[in-house]
Write a protein that binds this ligand. Structure first.
Ligand code: HEM
Length: 290
């Protein structure tokens, strides 16, 4: 499992004052800068204890530059709320091919434009089984509400667990073999369960990203697989029982309300979690191409 190494390395780097790794051959994608000052990027060779010297692009934060990296505390005061910050960070973690606001380079097949994907039905079924485990877990966590704020997110209309159960049942009835969740889903579900009991801010970052990812990128993927491997069968997974933009807006309002009680540290911890949510979810998306 590749995560512990990456996570440990990233945590270590986070502890370095005023230094954030934006890209490196060893750190798969951008790490969120610690503050809201301008990151001026430059390439450096960095020698870290116990590691070989490596070429990294570092951001150097200075106090002279008032330029803002995020729509941070200023953005909030303009009335847009914390979701705008979460979105800002998430959009930058997309590849340029995935979304107009994306800043990452595609390094793996699932990061290439969806148009170029060559999905397989077998792989897509594996994806559905694994992604269902993630939504089952998120929805159980919200139902149990080990932190009271989670209860705010119940019955949002964005839930996907039952829809996915119906889709899988449809495939079963058609005679397809449906396997058990594998490493990508099991690992992410386990991580979410643990995180939800100890760090609600970090957990809510995953909650936001996973539900909003399906509403945006999910639709692009849906078009591709419906046309190319599902013989135009439209899955329940991508359907909502009410107007989707309204459901999303209600969820944004709830997230903003919950985050009003967070300190700046809480908010930063939440934003820093975005990268992990992309990494876990990408490993599940990759199954579509397996
Ligand atoms: C094939 C992969 C993906 C594609 C093609 C894709 C595409 C997109 C696009 C086009 C948007 C912009 C939607 C808009 O502003 O109208 C978007 C938004 C977003 N994506 Fe992705 N995405 C992908 C993967 C992911 C992943 C892995 C995550 C995180 C787990 C993610 C999280 C988000 C979030 C949080 C938004 C903001 C949604 C909103 O503000 O309503 N996406 N994505």
């Amino acid at each position: 499992m590749a995560y512990p190494a990456l996570v440990t390395q990233s945590r270590f780097l986070f502890q370095k004052p005023n230094l954030s790794i934006l890209s490196s051959p060893h750190v798969s994608s951008s790490v969120i800068p610690k503050d809201y000052s301008s990151p001026r990027s430059k390439t450096q060779f960095l020698k870290l204890p116990g590691m070989f010297a490596r070429k990294v692009v570092v951001s150097v934060t200075t106090t002279e530059e008032p330029w803002k990296r995020y729509p941070g505390p200023g953005g909030e005061s303009k009335g847009k709320g914390f979701v705008e910050e979460m979105r800002f960070v998430a959009m930058k973690l997309h590849t340029r091919e995935q979304a107009a606001e994306g800043e990452m380079e595609a390094k793996a097949p699932e990061e290439e434009p969806v148009d170029k994907w060559e999905p397989t039905l077998d792989g897509y079924l594996k994806f559905l089984v694994n992604v269902k485990l993630v939504y089952d877990t998120l929805e159980e966590i919200i139902e149990e509400a080990s932190f009271p704020s989670y209860a705010e997110f119940r019955n949002s209309g964005l839930e996907r667990s039952e829809k996915l159960a119906r889709d899988l049942e449809w495939f079963r009835e058609k005679g397809y073999a449906i396997g058990e969740p594998s490493a990508p889903g099991v690992t992410y579900a386990h991580y979410l369960k643990q995180l939800s009991n100890k760090d609600p801010q970090a957990f809510i970052c995953h909650f936001y990203n996973v539900y909003f990812a399906n509403s945006a990128g999910g639709r692009i993927i849906s078009k591709k697989v419906t046309r190319e491997i599902l013989d135009n069968k439209e899955l329940e997974f991508y359907k909502y029982d009410a107007d989707l933009s309204q459901l999303l807006q209600t969820m944004r309002d709830k997230l903003n309300k919950v985050a009003e009680n967070w300190s700046r540290d809480d908010k930063n911890r939440c934003l820093e979690e975005t990268q992990k949510s992309f990494q876990f979810y990408r490993d599940i998306l990759r199954l579509i191409l397996s």
